[in-house]
Unconditional design. Structure first.
Length: 584
């Protein structure tokens, strides 16, 4: 019988060490950086950012990780290279003076490295070794490797020299980055570098619909798990920023806290609390329905809570939005001046979708807002398909949920197939969806607001009239008339009719009440008269009864007296008779 006891599994002790690059986002998709002490090949076409990638790897290492580096260039001289990257804030001359970096320009001439008719890199090894020792380098860059083998057609010699070069770098225990031009049918022109490199990163610069997009892909990474997708990256004043695709695992934390929409009746429709913190909200509607006004009100409420809001405007300038919102009582300029509200305004055609995503990602990381507004997302259709926009928004929503940042999107509805697809595609991603529609009635246009969905909230299913006034935004209580929901002047007219009817009914009731009061008074007067008559009759009857009683009493008294007299007379006669008999 097999034993049921288990032993702890020993963890491997020879895990691959990695060197962080310091490039935003790259260390995340490489799970720590480039393989330490091994060569990494950076390949791609002209203008894709290979040299910038390599120089940033050296500079970040020297400044952030205290790892000096050697940059060997075969194309640009040291002063030219320093001028080219100065716009990024990299001072290469200072780094060289501080012994944190050494730039070595090597002019490659085939005749200089041939000995006795054979191709040999020994001279380069000596020169490179001296540069490494001079600054005690931990990082090395060779830019670009094609210049080492220009004109060499012998593949056997080329492969052998490549292996010698990579072995030399490994023996010196330096983390090396080697750049190479992309070939026609291979990652590099020679087609060999990618096979002997431990890590290969492909940079791509493509033009789609006249929009420039840069992307990065890790082709291989020996001994390490890594991201395998294409990742957009941006080159700006801060260098390279790579935007990783968010995790496929839906395990982001959620919050039960709520944030106000800035519109009290809307908060009440959402369950008296507003939106969940870290949730995503879509506000869609036709032009002029007040989508931007709702977004601005949300931003205003955020800043009044002394939280930060980042507003991405793809249609109007910040000054235009701030000016327009003053007409409805929302002062955004004050929040801008205080630094709690920051705008990022750009036309969608300025970048491709991926580049916009990187720019948004980078701005959020830098500003660290509590709330993000994207107004409107439908403008992004001009630089990508509905599927591309949805893919971009999935990445953005996942990132914001992970950071517990509440986001509000606005979307323009034009009642066409493209916009319907956009609404349907995006609405399935968000946690709450507010829909504003035009309600035409009584010769005028009004707005009706619906809560199409609000996940996790017992929200109202009513249609409310959305009113924009000089004092802000409001939702009018639902008013049902004889023909359904009434808005605007139709509602006012029906209200007036009902108020008039109420006044007339009240007047009629008052008149009837007065008539009843008069009748009551007449009846009460008759009752009083009857009471008087009754009292008079009763008094007359009582008089008669009294007189009869007196007469009866007098008669009885008279009879008694008469009886007494008769009794006295009888006694006197008897006494007379007795006296007469006695005399006899």
């Amino acid at each position: 019988m097999a034993s049921t006891s288990t032993k702890p599994i020993a963890k491997p002790t020879n895990t691959l060490l990695k060197t962080p690059t310091g490039i935003h986002g790259l260390d995340e998709i490489t799970l720590g950086g480039l393989p330490a002490g091994r060569p990494t090949l950076i390949c791609g076409g002209p203008g894709c950012g290979k040299t910038l990638f390599a120089i940033e790897f050296i500079v970040r290492g020297a400044l952030q990780f205290n790892e000096p580096g050697v940059f060997v260039t075969f194309e640009e001289k040291a002063d030219e290279l320093a001028v080219n990257v100065a716009s990024l804030g990299f001072d290469l001359d200072k780094l060289q003076r501080d012994k944190k970096m050494k730039i070595d320009y090597v002019h490659v001439d085939k005749t200089e490295i041939e000995e006795t008719g054979e191709y040999d890199l020994e001279g380069l090894f000596i020169r490179l070794g001296h540069a490494i020792d001079s600054v005690k380098a931990k990082r090395v860059v060779l830019d670009t490797i094609e210049n080492l083998f220009a004109g060499l057609s012998n593949q056997a010699i080329l492969r052998a020299e490549l292996r010698r070069l990579f072995k030399f770098l490994k023996d010196r225990n330096v983390t090396a980055v080697i750049t190479g031009e992309k070939g026609d049918n291979s990652l590099t022109r020679q087609g060999l570098e990618e096979y002997v490199s431990d890590c290969v990163i492909l940079l791509d610069h493509r033009i789609i619909n006249q929009i420039s997009t840069r992307r990065l892909r890790i082709v291989k990474y020996r001994g390490s798990v890594h991201g395998t997708n294409e990742y957009p990256f941006l080159i700006d004043a801060d260098g390279i920023s790579v935007l990783p695709v968010t995790s496929l695992q839906l395990n982001a934390k959620v919050s039960t806290q709520s944030v106000s929409s800035g519109i009290a009746p809307l908060d009440k429709m959402l369950g008296h609390s507003g939106f969940y913190k870290g949730s995503s909200i879509l506000v869609s509607g036709t032009a002029g329905t007040g989508k931007t006004s709702i977004a601005a009100s949300f931003a205003d409420a955020t800043c009044k809570r002394k939280e930060k809001c980042l507003y991405f405007a793809f249609e109007e300038s910040p000054q235009q939005i701030a000016r327009n919102m003053t007409s409805i009582g929302i002062d955004l300029q004050t929040h801008i001046d205080k630094g709690t509200l920051q705008f990022y305004a750009a036309r969608p055609t300025m970048y491709g979708l991926e580049m916009h995503l990187v720019a948004i990602y980078k701005a959020i990381k830098k500003f660290k807002p509590n709330v993000v507004v994207v107004d409107p997302i439908t403008n992004l259709i001009t630089v990508g398909t509905v599927g591309d926009v949805k893919s971009m928004l999935i990445r953005l929503i996942d990132f914001l949920q992970k950071e517990q940042i509440t986001v509000m999107f606005t979307a323009l509805s034009l009642n066409n197939i493209v916009n319907e697809q956009t609404d349907e595609g995006v609405s399935s991603l968000v946690d709450a969806w507010l829909l504003i529609r035009d309600i035409e009635n009584n010769g005028e246009r009004n707005r009706g607001l619906y809560i199409m969905k609000s996940r996790g909230m017992k929200h109202s299913n009513q249609v409310r009239e959305f009113v924009i006034t000089s004092d802000g935004l409001d939702l009018v209580d639902v008013y049902l008339g004889p023909e359904g929901v009434l808005t605007g002047s139709a509602r006012e007219q029906q209200t007036l009719l009902e108020e008039t009817g109420h006044v007339l009914r009240t007047h009629a009731v008052d008149r009837k009440d007065r008539e009843v009061l008069r009748k009551r008074k007449v009846l009460e007067a008759k009752i009083d008269s009857l009471k008087v008559e009754f009292e008079s009759a009763e008094e007359e009857l009582n008089k008669i009864y009294t007189e009869e009683d007196i007469k009866r009493k007098v008669l009885e008294e008279t009879r008694r007296k008469v009886s007494d007299l008769r009794r006295s007379d009888s006694n006197a006669s008897a006494n007379t008779i007795k006296k007469g008999k006695s005399k006899k």
